[in-house]
Write a protein that binds this ligand. Structure first.
Ligand SMILES: [Zn+2]
Length: 329
């Protein structure tokens, strides 16, 4: 099967009332770990690349690594999504490269730091939607800003999404999915204690636009055992907390269908590499420690696919192509 448009993966998740993880990827081992989890649990999956990932992989490597995942896993619907596109130009480049979905984060200016006005956000998002839909490519927008900074993205200030504005935004722009700011933040240092999220925002948007796929960014759980492994084997990470699985499950029930996870993959890989090298000071075969990192990603993602309810849904639908999507838009 070819790469699947993200809109289909999310529309199916709405029908089945489950969540789909969007996992950030930068290298082969990460992709393999995620795909092993998807294949074993029979889960549809969104692989997403940030601008940092595009730069790191010189674009072509990400394209062909994901292509390898598609060929290696013919029964799994996979979408390739641009995370936090900052301009129409960046989205065009991703579409050119074969991405089946793009995010335009019009909540921030092109510098990915300065918050925009509602009107500025609508303008750039609408431009991207008009462009992407010609190619059958799905579009995610964002309204409101998250806390934290990751991959250079973030204003550092939290502005929760206004539900009425969100409804207007969706109608004005025609986005296929919308990221809401409900109190989560990017990066590893999210919370000092268990967070309270503004879950009512999800219900308020769903009540007015039933079936609209909503997105939660900054949704890593930052498991304490991963922080402990890192610190036990020479790391020095401060005490921190993420979004607990129960909160994500609650959000999924209320209407969140795409859950962005980056930090947990990073923590899993870092812990595994540190542990292996600390326990095997004579080791110098990268396949050994990258193999451990791959295994750790697999374990982490498998748990999420089961927790989000994605498991078991891969074979339920006939995947659409971008050509099919062009006709539907
Ligand atoms: Zn994000």
């Amino acid at each position: 099967m070819a790469l699947v448009p993200m809109k289909q993966i999310l529309d199916e998740a709405v029908k089945g009332n489950y969540g789909v993880g969007a996992y950030n990827v930068n290298n082969m081992e990460q992709i393999q770990g995620i795909m092993r989890a998807a294949s074993e649990t029979k889960s549809p999956v969104i692989l997403q690349a940030s601008r940092g990932a595009l730069e790191y992989t010189n674009m072509y490597y990400i394209k062909y690594l994901v292509q390898a995942a598609v060929e290696d896993n013919p029964g799994i619907p996979i979408s390739l999504h641009l995370d936090h596109g900052n301009s129409l130009q960046t989205c065009k480049e991703a579409i050119e490269l074969g991405f089946t979905s793009v995010m335009i984060d019009g909540s921030l200016k092109e510098d990915s730091k300065t918050p925009t006005t509602f009107e500025e956000n609508v303008k750039v998002t609408k431009e991207v939607v008009e462009y992407a839909h010609q190619f059958g490519v799905s579009v995610e927008g964002e309204l409101g800003t998250l806390g934290g900074i990751e991959d250079g993205v973030g204003s550092g200030k939290v502005m929760l999404t206004d539900p009425d504005e969100a409804v207007r935004f969706i109608k004005l722009t025609g986005v296929d999915a919308l990221a809401l700011a409900i109190g989560t933040s990017h990066g590893a240092y999210k919370f000092k204690a268990k967070p309270t999220l503004a879950m009512d925002i999800i219900n308020a948007v769903q009540a007015k636009l039933p079936g609209m796929p909503l997105v939660m960014h900054g949704s890593s759980s930052v498991p304490q055992e991963l922080i402990e492994i890192i610190n036990k084997y020479g790391g020095n990470m401060e005490k921190t907390m993420g979004v607990p699985m129960e909160s994500i499950q609650e959000a999924i029930k209320r209407g969140i269908k795409k859950i962005n996870v980056d930090t947990d993959g990073r923590l899993a890989m870092t812990g595994a590499v540190r542990k292996y090298l600390a326990e095997h000071p004579d080791a110098f075969d990268p396949r050994k420690y990258f193999g451990e990192a791959r295994e750790a990603v697999y374990q982490s993602v498998k748990g999420k696919m089961e927790g989000f309810g994605t498991a078991g849904h891969a074979g339920e639908y006939e995947p659409l192509t971008l050509e099919d999507m062009k006709k539907l838009y």
